[in-house]
Design a protein. Sequence first.
Length: 169
Amino acid sequence: MTIGGIAVIARGVHRLTTDIDAAVRGDAVEIGALLQALATQEIVGRIPDVEAFGRTNLVLLLEHVPTRVPLDVSLAWTGFERDAISARSDARFGRVVVPMATAEDLVILKAVAGRPKDIEDVVGLLVLHRGIDLVRVRTCVAELAFLAEVPEIVEELERAIRRAGLQGF
C-alpha cells in the first residue's frame, strides 16, 4: 500500500515529494524474496546490508536505479497497520492506479510521524476530507503515541484539528 507524500497527493492535497513510501504486512512477506522481486524492477538497497537494516528497523531503504528515486518500504506489524492495509483503496496517481492508504489512515500515519511536513499533510487532509472519523483518529493516535512513548503526538494532532477548523469535533 502506498503511504507518504504520494498517497497524500493522490488524496487531493497539493504538495511536493521526492520519494515513494509504501507499507507491506511484515508477517506476510519474506524480506529476501521481496528484495529479489524488486531487484528485477531495478529497485535495490540504498544502504549496505539493507536486509539486516530492515529486519532491525522494520523499513527497507531502497532506490529505483534508473531514476534514483528513493523508496522506503515499511514492514507493518501493528494492528493499526494491518487494518490500514486491509482498508486501502485504489487511487489514481498520474497514469497509474495503485493501492493507497485511506485519507483517514493517512491522517493517523502522518500525525504519528509528527514532522512539520507531516502535520501540514494532516491539516490538508482534514480540510479536504471532512468526513474523517475523528474519534477513531484520536483513539488510534493516542494508542500509537503511548506505544511510542511520545505523548506530545496527541497534542500536535489536536493543534492540527483546530487549524483545519474542526475544533468542535
